[in-house]
Every structure is written in C-alpha cells, then in structure tokens.
Design a protein around this ligand. Structure first.
Ligand SMILES: Cc1ncc(COP(=O)(O)O)c(C=O)c1O
Length: 426
C-alpha cells in the first residue's frame, strides 16, 4: 500500500463518527419508522425524514462524502454492536460454545438467510464471500479438456481469474464476450450470450448487477436460453443481493453467489452460496467431505475454523434489512442514483456508462472526456472531498459512484455541482 493511501485510510478511520444508536434502541427505531409504512416504496424513497433516521444508524465519515459504498458496506450500529457482543461472549468459553452451541445457532441463522433468499435451507451454504461461493462451484464441477464456459468482459475480475485457472489446469475453453453498456432491450442481451454458446458449452457466468457500471442483466431470460441448450448457469449476485428486491429462484440460476457484507450490511466476510437441489451432486467439496451424501449441501460446509461471530451477526443484518424493507431499499437506492445522474446527463464532456430506468439501481458510472478515470476520481476527492473509485477497463472508463442508504440528496448536490464545474472548465 502506498503512503498516501495509508494516510488516507488513517484519516478516514480517525474521522468516522461513531453513532450512538445501539441494539437496545432498534425497537424504538422500528417504532419511529412505523408511520412511514403507509407510504408506497416509491413514495418512501423521497421521504428524507425516514432516511435521516436510517442515517443515524451508520458511521458517516466526517471529513469527506463517501460515494464508494460498492466496495463493502459499513455495518449499521445495531448489527455492529451485536457482532461485538458475539465476539465478547464467545471468546469467554470458546470451546464450550463451539462444541455445544454453535451448530444450532448457525443453523438458525442459515434458516433466516434461506427465508430471505426465498429458497430451502438445504440449498444454501453460508460462505465468506462471493469469491468463495462461486469459486466452490467453478473449481468444484467436473470439467473436461475442450469444455467451454462463457462469461463477459464486465464480470468481476476474480471470477474471470478462476475460469482462467480452470483453463490452464483442465483445458477449459474460456470464452469472454463483450456485452453492450446500454442494451436496446433484454433480447439484445440474451442474443449476445446465445451467440457464444456451442455444443461444448457447459457453463455460463452471468452477473446480475455489473459491479463497474451498475447495469442489471436479465438473468432469468439468459438462464432460460442457456437451459434450453443444456447449459448450466452461475449467477454472480454480489451486488444485487439485498440491493434490488428479488428471490433467488426468480433468477433460475443453477448456482448463485453473493456477498452479505455488501448490501445486506453484514460484517465483513459473510456470503451465501445457493445451489439448486438437483445440481448439488455436481459440485465436489474443495476440502473433502465423504461423510455427508453427495446430494446434501452440507458437504460444502467442512471449511475449518472460521470467525463464527460474523455468521451470527447475519441475523442482525437481516433484521435491519427487513426493518427498511427490500422494496423500499431498492426504491431509495434507485432514487439516489437517478437524482444525480438526471442532473448531470447532458452536461458538456460528461457521459454516463450506466443505462437509464430499471436497468440500474444504486450504482452508476460517469466519465468525462479529457480526463482519465483516475484524474477525475482524484480531483473529486482532492478538490471536493468526494470519494469515488476510478474504473479504467477496456469497456468502461469513468468513476463509479455508489451512494448508500445514509447518503443525503445534499451530498449528491455536491457531486452534481463538482461535475458541473469540471465539465464547464476548459
Ligand atoms: C460482481 C462482483 N462479484 C464478486 C465480487 C467479489 O466479492 P467478494 O470480494 O466479497 O468475494 C465483487 C466485489 O466487489 C463483485 O462486485
């Protein structure tokens, strides 16, 4: 890590405002939010009083505007305090807890997670993150030399790397397609994937929400097309899970991975893997497990000792998420994105890499001709104290802007003003 990055992180950590809200007052917060239940999700999306209450639960940086919430989410105070409580209580009497109590408590969390995901508990595993969830599949399925896997140039780098390794190791043919930034319609996207499928194709990877642009892909339609050709579908839902309102079966993927430390706001290192019941047999456990039947998903749970308090706090994250409501959360995040993108669309030199309407939600990407993404991100931070991230890939050049539930429209006004000044400067 370079020194400026280290110094930045030190300053940011020192300046985070620790909220005073704790788990004891979560009930009170729920009661304060109750009057808003009469509003539809879209009406609640613009109700600043509601979101001001939510903001109080998050640690908001005091000296810069954080519009880079796509990396991971801070935990809201009730979740963070529960997480710390679990650490403290388990730490005293650790082996007793692990041997006598952990299995039942973890199962209870898993049941809540399955309910949130809308699928049976015997189709999910709690993992550490999307990388592990999808890696378990990419490295766990049988692949023969010459088998093909289709993915796109805007999928997450780590997933592409895992397929590249399978290409080196097992002779898998790695087929990376280019997808449109702003498709005309769903069919154009489905056709783009369909064209890459051959009789040797075994797997298609589809990102539900592209992390660098925020584009939402018509996963179900792509899955139906792939299934009709006998091809299994891996869904990367790292950014869509608990961001847009959907249930895992809606997408019809055979395998799905998501990170719960992103939009569910769980502690770092929490993820979910879903495998359709009839596909569980197709995945070999990476670490070996012969004591569990091959069609029992628990064969993937022998992963060694890991931070169990993270898993327990998933239940608290779910409670916070349910308090807001999946539809209300999606509506707010889309509203925030459209709030600023609508105001900068059409500015000289400014271009958006994110489709309009329901093809995106909270995440969007903006570029400016004449500036590299890194220059734009730097000037936004150095001159305006607005933190974003530069995306400089072949298909996408711009800065990714990711508001959060605690973001105010005032903060987005600051971004709009900054982009306006930069766009008009010669
Ligand atoms: C689309 C996508 N997939 C996978 C990942 C990897 O997530 P994790 O680091 O939690 O495994 C990310 C991370 O940002 C992502 O955006």
């Amino acid at each position: 890590m370079d020194t400026s990055r280290r110094a930045f992180i030190r300053t940011a950590a020192a300046s985070a405002v620790v909220p005073v809200l704790g788990p004891a007052v979560l009930d009170a917060l729920e009661r304060r939010l109750e009057p808003f239940d009469r509003l539809s999700p879209s009406a609640a999306a613009t109700e600043e009083e509601f979101w001001a209450e939510i903001r109080k639960a998050f640690p908001v940086p005091a000296d810069y505007i954080n519009l880079e919430n796509g990396f991971s989410s801070p935990q809201p105070a009730p979740t963070f305090e529960a997480f710390q409580r679990y650490q403290q209580s388990i730490n005293s009497g650790l082996s007793f807890y692990m041997r006598r109590k952990n299995a039942a408590e973890k199962l209870a969390v898993k049941q809540q997670l399955a309910e949130l995901a809308g699928c049976p508990v015997d189709e999910i595993v709690i993992t550490r993150n999307t990388t592990e969830s999808l890696g378990t599949v990419i490295h766990g399925v049988d692949l023969a030399p010459g088998d093909e896997a289709v993915m796109c140039n805007q999928d997450y780098g780590t997933m592409l790397e895992q397929f590249r390794q399978q290409s080196r190791r097992r002779g898998l043919k790695y087929v990376e397609i280019a997808i449109p930034l702003t498709p005309r319609d769903d069919q154009e996207m489905v056709d783009t994937y369909a064209k890459a499928i051959t009789p040797r194709t075994k797997l298609v990877l589809v990102s539900h929400m592209i992390n660098i642009t925020g584009q939402i892909l018509p996963v179900r339609k792509i899955a139906e097309m792939a299934h009709a050709r006998g091809v299994a579908v891996i869904v990367d839902a790292a950014h869509s899970f608990a961001h847009v309102a959907f249930k895992v079966p809606d997408l019809d993927g055979d395998y799905l991975g998501a990170s719960l430390h992103k939009w569910l706001c769980a502690p770092l290192g929490a993820g979910i893997l879903h495998i359709k019941k009839d596909k569980i047999r197709s995945v070999w456990p990476l670490f070996g497990e012969t004591s569990v039947p091959e069609d029992d998903i628990r064969k993937l749970e022998r992963i060694g000792t890991h931070p169990t308090w993270t898993n327990l706090a998933i239940a608290d994250a779910i409670r916070f998420h349910r308090m807001i409501g999946a539809e209300r959360k999606e509506a707010r995040l889309r509203y925030l994105q459209q709030y600023w993108t609508d105001r900068v669309r059409g500015l000289p030199k400014v271009y958006l890499n994110t489709p309009a309407g329901n093809r995106a939600c909270g995440i969007a990407n903006v570029g400016m001709t004449g500036s590299t993404p890194a220059q734009l991100a730097d000037i936004l931070f150095d001159r305006y104290r607005i933190y974003t991230v530069a995306i400089d890939t072949v298909p996408v050049k711009g800065v990714r802007v990711t508001p959060h539930l605690y973001t105010t429209t005032g903060e987005l006004d600051a971004l709009v003003k900054a982009l306006g000044e930069l766009a008009r400067a010669s």
